[in-house]
Design a protein around this ligand. Structure first.
Ligand code: AMP
Length: 281
């Protein structure tokens, strides 16, 4: 399996595919791979002539230095997992210096307001960091199709907006959330939870699922109250936010219109920040 640490080598490898007009599928990740990441890779392998995965813990999208330091880095194990999907996948695992040339700062982006909601509000600078690294990676990999998980639904919408605004000719493909049998959304940060906490964390999806049931008959306000009250009764959790928004603009909804809605949650458990979301209708 080919692993690239520098962009020039990857670009050289991809140039042969570009000239033969092969389709390039791309799955950007921060590593510590789990089955959620692998589901994106499998889709890319099915739909493209060649697939590239990047593994890069991007410092500029972390607003919390401790979260960055503690982020799991498991390249060797990741490579073994990638091989289980296909040993033809190209792995791009650059250093911070390779991506930022000694200037580890974000650019500034407008995503037409998407960046001011939820994660944008609660993690200042996060989406400038995401925009910066995704744009750099897209310029290196020049994918035909790029795969992003609905686990980070706001990020998915922002990347679609990035491509629209910069005029890059890339299809952004959203992929469903992979969950443990308990319902817990798979996440690299789950590795920082004890087994006991992983069991407890399954309640997040249970509460979201109940919120979806309630959304059919109850007001937005009542559904939000249900979720806040449910977590109020669970002192080991600390709520960051729960919002109900339309999928397109991500602006918190007060009333229901003829649109698709989602519920979005961020909660802390044992100092680990868990995010999840669910389609409500
Ligand atoms: P990350 O490594 O956390 O930056 O995630 C890399 C990509 O995998 C992003 O597009 C995520 O949305 C996606 N992803 C992460 N967890 C899951 C999951 N449980 N199900 C589906 N996609 C996921």
């Amino acid at each position: 399996m080919l692993i690239f640490n520098n962009k020039a080598d990857l670009i050289a490898q991809l140039s042969a595919h570009l000239s033969s007009k092969s389709s390039i599928g791309f799955v950007p990740t921060m590593g510590a791979l789990h089955k959620g990441h692998l589901s994106l890779l499998e889709k890319s392998v099915q739909e493209n002539d060649i697939t590239v995965i990047s593994i890069f813990v991007n410092p500029t999208q972390f607003n919390n230095p401790e979260d960055l330091t503690k982020y799991p880095r498991t390249l060797d194990a990741d490579v073994e997992k990638i091989k289980t999907v296909s040993d033809k996948i190209l792995v791009f695992a650059p250093s911070v210096n390779e991506m930022y040339d000694g200037n580890t700062v974000s650019g500034h982006f407008s995503f037409d307001g998407l960046e001011h909601q939820m994660e944008g509000n609660h993690r200042p600078g996060h989406f400038d960091g995401v925009g910066t690294i995704v744009k750099k990676l897209f310029e290196i990999v020049t994918p035909t199709n790029a795969y992003f998980g609905e686990k980070d639904f706001q990020q998915l919408q922002i990347v679609k907006k990035l491509v629209e605004k910069t005029g890059m000719d890339i299809n952004i493909i959203g992929c469903p959330i992979s969950r443990e049998t308990s319902g817990l959304a798979m996440s690299s940060r789950n590795e920082r939870l004890s087994e006991e906490d992983k069991d407890k964390a399954a309640v997040v999806y249970k509460i979201l699922s109940r919120a979806r049931e309630l959304f059919a008959t109850e007001s937005v306000e009542n559904v939000k109250k249900y979720v806040y009250d449910a977590f109020e009764a669970l002192p080991e959790f600390s709520m960051d936010y729960f919002e109900i928004t339309a999928e397109d603009d991500l602006v918190p909804a007060n009333t229901k219109e003829n649109k698709k809605y989602r519920g979005f949650i961020a909660v802390f458990l044992s100092n680990v920040r868990l995010i999840d979301n669910i389609s409500l209708n």
